[in-house]
Design a protein around this ligand. Sequence first.
Ligand SMILES: Nc1nc2c(ncn2[C@@H]2O[C@H](COP(=O)(O)OP(=O)(O)O)[C@@H](O)[C@H]2O)c(=O)[nH]1
Ligand SMILES: [Mg+2]
Length: 288
Amino acid sequence: MPSQTIQWFPGHMAKTRRQMAEYLPEVDIVLELLDARIPLSSRNPDIKDMLQNKPSLILLNKSSLADQASTAKWVKHFAKEGIMCLAIDCMTGDGLDRIFPVVCDILAEKLERYRQKGMAGRRLKAMVVGIPNVGKSSLINRLSGAKKAKVEDRPGVTVARQWISTSIGLDLLDMPGVLWPRFENQIVGQNLAMTGAIRDRILDVEELAVLLVGRLRECAPALLCERYKLSESDLTNTDDYDLFILIGKKRGFLVRGGEINELRTAEMLLDEFRGAAIGRITLELPTE
Ligand SMILES: Nc1nc2c(ncn2[C@@H]2O[C@H](COP(=O)(O)OP(=O)(O)O)[C@@H](O)[C@H]2O)c(=O)[nH]1
Ligand SMILES: [Mg+2]
């Protein structure tokens, strides 16, 4: 399971901490990207520490894949903790034009001081941080209007430090080092694997897909039924594995002898969840 596989992260985190500390004094604000489908699991719990009181803004990215009502709950949740938060999407462009105005709000006092010193036109600098695959490079490319940061569909690819100017008056720094999530429990690891933040090949794909079916019947039973032509009784009378097999059967993923092709069913389910073909689904909600 993921929690066992990824134990070597702490060493990397010490290095990331040093690299971040080195560049923090150069920036006005930190843009912290989270995955809107799993805002908690995609957040490094040490980030607050690492930011050393630097102003920050949380960006719930990939929000076009997440359930809208759930995203609104997360925005409220972070606001209650005193952290400004915006829902964005780097594919659709949703929310991106709100980033600069909100950054200016957060930095209002500092900007006023600049104005008084006659430095009103000074460009602002932001460091973009987040776990692998959360969309840091996509955000930077989108805001700079060019393909300057390397976008990877494989997680965990380190990119060399680079300052990138954008049209919105903000210079962006792609995160130095790699910010890993912390696998505090099995659920966090599963959430990261289901959304594609962790490579599939370190996991058992069929096992993950059965877990996903279990989660979907909890979070989005209606969407699950609609997509795979399941009835209500299909959901109540089966365990997760049987439901997984039923979905494969409905799709016609049969092999010789009438068995279900489990690998193909698993890959289909994970693909369709990740691409929001099942619908817009958020896997975790804030606890009250
Ligand atoms: N649907 C959707 N996909 C996104 C979004 N942002 C990034 N991606 C995808 O997520 C993957 C990782 O993006 P990347 O920018 O390389 O993440 P990084 O590792 O944080 O720099 C790529 O396949 C992107 O196309 C988004 O807002 N919506
Ligand atoms: Mg990147």
